[in-house]
Design a protein around this ligand. Structure first.
Ligand SMILES: Cc1cc2nc3c(=O)[nH]c(=O)nc-3n(C[C@H](O)[C@H](O)[C@H](O)COP(=O)(O)OP(=O)(O)OC[C@H]3O[C@@H](n4cnc5c(N)ncnc54)[C@H](O)[C@@H]3O)c2cc1C
Length: 395
């Protein structure tokens, strides 16, 4: 790819979550000059179920972080058990998703994201923490850079051939280009997360609890702690005075299994809370010169435990398409078409399956019926579980 004027970087990636760091690491590995901008200082807590799907371990190996992830002290997870409100469970084996004998990992995002960000620095990416991308720079309709704001409020323009929006669900750059930018969307759900001690879940399991208006998940993480993360209907949250612990007791614990697991827990961290406004796909190329990856491109339903995987897979697809474009001197339009084609063929079917399952999970009767049906057939639960993923080697 070429631009008429010399730019500061080939690519500026905004957002240091798994999508942003992985994209930056892969692009630097392909010989590109990359800047990675992150508004927080790492390590930082992040609202997430902290269930790392088995296929992510392959990405960690590709990104050169397997050793550091292991040292971070996560816990192996061999199965996820989905519990209906009445306490009936259906198990999904972790090895259905990865290679034989593979397992998922319970590890805090504070650790995982920090390992990836440090790796980006190691491979030559110019990493700027505590720096916010405050706006886009345009040449006509084409994005040619970002305005960065440091923690003192000092603004600096940085130009690049390509800008990647890896800012997560907020899509903080792509959103500026949407017609309804600036309008507040009503959040139908609110998600909460805290680290707990004393949860009584089965060893090596991630447990998911369905209840009216939402669901929650609990699994072990490092240091003998448990992550509890749940989504509740905004009306229930309001009724509980937006008190996370009350929502846990009065909403999550209407699920029988959750009530047993959480009866003696103590909360060992601050609660994090975020509104959930949207699921599914956003624009992949909101403007020429601007691509989205990770949650910024599509937010997959959290009960699939595959958002981090989607972030890592989309980073692979984007980075491969970008590196090929630079190597071949292709124009930005060709890159845009190629990225959209590869992304759609990898993810569209999976996002559709997840949408259907989400609707089933949010209706108590349907959730119970689905769990009973899957309990009756191991083969069916395996097929449904695999349909929330796809072996993407298309990049
Ligand atoms: C309730 C819930 C539970 C979940 N549980 C799981 C789970 O168990 N397993 C799983 O795989 N996935 C889970 N997910 C999904 C997972 O958290 C996301 O898919 C994943 O974090 C996406 O990574 P990302 O890099 O795209 O975005 P993020 O991880 O959100 O990273 C975006 C980064 O961009 C930074 N940023 C934002 N705006 C700017 C800006 N303007 N300038 C600079 N930096 C900026 C942010 O500080 C952040 O660090 C869950 C999600 C939710 C909501």
């Amino acid at each position: 790819m070429t631009l008429s004027a010399k730019t500061d970087y080939d690519v500026v990636v905004v957002g240091g979550g798994p999508a942003g760091s992985a994209t930056a690491i892969r692009l630097a590995g392909a010989g590109l000059d990359v800047m990675l901008v992150e508004k927080a200082r790492f390590p930082r807590q992040k609202l997430c179920g902290e269930f790392i799907s088995p296929e992510c371990l392959e990405h960690f190996a590709e990104l050169g972080v397997s050793g550091d992830i292991k040292l971070a002290g996560g816990v192996d997870i061999s199965e996820t058990v989905f519990y209906s409100r009445s306490g009936k469970g259906v198990a999904v084996k972790s090895e259905w998703f990865g290679q034989v004998g593979s397992h998922a990992l319970g590890l805090s995002r504070a650790e995982m994201d920090d390992v990836l960000l440090k790796r980006a620095s190691e491979v030559g990416v110019a990493v700027r923490e505590e720096t916010t991308a405050a706006g886009l720079i345009f040449d006509d309709d084409r994005v040619i850079g970002v305005r960065l704001k440091d923690k003192e409020g000092l603004e600096t323009p940085v130009t690049a051939t390509l800008v990647i929006d890896a800012t997560g669900r907020t899509r903080s750059l792509a959103r500026r280009l949407e017609k309804d930018a600036g309008q507040q969307k009503r959040a139908g759900h609110v998600a909460f997360k805290a680290h707990l001690a004393g949860a009584q879940i089965a060893a090596g399991a991630c447990e998911i609890f369905a209840y009216r208006g939402g669901y929650g998940g609990c699994n072990s993480i490092e240091h003998g702690l448990f992550n509890l993360c749940f989504i509740a209907d905004a009306k229930d949250v309001k009724r509980c005075g937006s008190d996370a612990e009350r929502v846990m007791r009065e909403v999550v614990c209407t699920n029988k299994r959750a009530a047993a697991v959480l009866q003696n827990v103590t909360v060992e961290s601050e609660w994090l809370a975020v509104p959930i406004e949207r699921y599914g796909r956003g624009e992949l190329v909101p403007a020429q010169g601007l691509l989205t990856v990770g949650d910024s491109a599509a937010f997959i339903d959290p009960f699939t435990g595959s958002g981090i995987l989607l972030a890592l897979e989309s980073s692979r697809i984007a980075a491969t398409a970008i590196a090929e474009s630079f190597a071949a001197g292709r124009d930005p339009e060709t890159l845009a078409v190629e990225y959209q084609r590869k992304y759609s063929s990898a993810f569209d079917a999976r996002l559709r399956v997840c949408r259907i399952l989400r609707h089933a999970a949010s209706m108590p009767f349907l959730a119970d019926a689905t769990i009973s049906m899957l309990r009756a057939s191991g083969g069916l639960s395996r097929r449904v579980a695999r349909a929330t993923r796809l072996a993407t080697r298309s990049a």
